[in-house]
Design a protein around this ligand. Structure first.
Ligand SMILES: Nc1ncnc2c1ncn2[C@@H]1O[C@H](COP(=O)(O)OP(=O)(O)O)[C@@H](O)[C@H]1O
Ligand SMILES: [Mg+2]
Length: 228
């Protein structure tokens, strides 16, 4: 796929012909310098935006060819997003921040509450349910954001520099949580990171430079190139 922002004459080629297949259940790191197209790639994978050319297939279906209703359902039910800035609603407590993710699906209020409570529990924050974001540490806020991404039961979690605003010890906790969600719960996790030590613990690392894949390796298998 390619992605160009702006028009043909003055646009920016953010991705210039990326061909990737990501296996269900994988833990994938996307690395590369600032401006190399990492966030753009995550947005394409998460159907937040469509490529300029080429396709993104989700379970074999071209995301750009889906109708609006089907696309909304994929975004809502299959994919969870986590951002560097947490993006929590400052006036809502932790449990309400998680619950808002369930409103579009139209679940009854009692069920929403129950599922939000379970999601907070699963990230170890059951005891912080009624704290506002401002009353939580950065790591706790990111865990609330992860609970929000998880509460709808997605198979895929996409995280754009999820530890970028955290000190290294707190970032480590968040990474352990994401690894556990991958290893124990079987979520496919794709995360953008600048942190080499995080990247080295991924199943697979895809390195971008100027919108192209320059490395694609499985670090824990002695740097063997990723094959089909
Ligand atoms: N919405 C946008 N409009 C125009 N250019 C953009 C937009 N988003 C990203 N870009 C450009 O696309 C390139 C890749 O950006 P991005 O995917 O954000 O890189 P990264 O996440 O690796 O820092 C950069 O040159 C950036 O300036
Ligand atoms: Mg980025």
């Amino acid at each position: 796929m390619t992605k160009r922002y702006g028009d043909a004459a003055k646009g920016v080629d953010a991705l210039g012909g990326v061909d990737l297949r990501i296996a269900a259940g994988d833990l994938v790191g996307i690395v590369g310098p600032s401006g190399s197209g990492k966030s753009t790639m995550l947005q394409m994978l998460g159907a937040l935006d469509h490529p300029t050319s080429g396709r993104v297939l989700f379970d074999g279906t071209d995301l750009a060819a889906m109708g609006d209703a089907a696309l909304t359902a994929v975004r809502r039910d299959e994919i969870g997003f986590v951002f560097q800035q947490f993006n929590l609603i400052p006036t809502l407590g932790a449990i309400d921040n998680v619950e808002v993710a369930l409103v579009p699906a139209g679940a009854p209020a009692a069920e929403r509450r129950e599922r939000a409570a379970a999601a907070l529990e699963s990230v170890g924050l059951g005891h912080r349910s009624y704290h506002l974001p401002s009353e939580l540490s950065g790591g706790e806020q990111q865990r609330v954001a992860i609970a929000r991404a998880l509460v709808g039961g997605p198979r895929v979690l996409l995280a754009d520099e999820p530890t970028g605003n955290l000190d290294s010890a707190t970032g480590e906790d968040v990474m352990e949580l994401l690894s556990r969600l991958n290893g124990e719960d079987g979520h496919t996790v794709i995360l953008v990171t600048h942190d080499e030590s995080i990247a080295s613990r991924m199943d697979r690392v895809v390195a971008l430079r100027d919108g192209a894949v320059v490395h694609d390796v499985r670090p824990r298998r002695a740097s063997a190139p990723f094959g089909p």
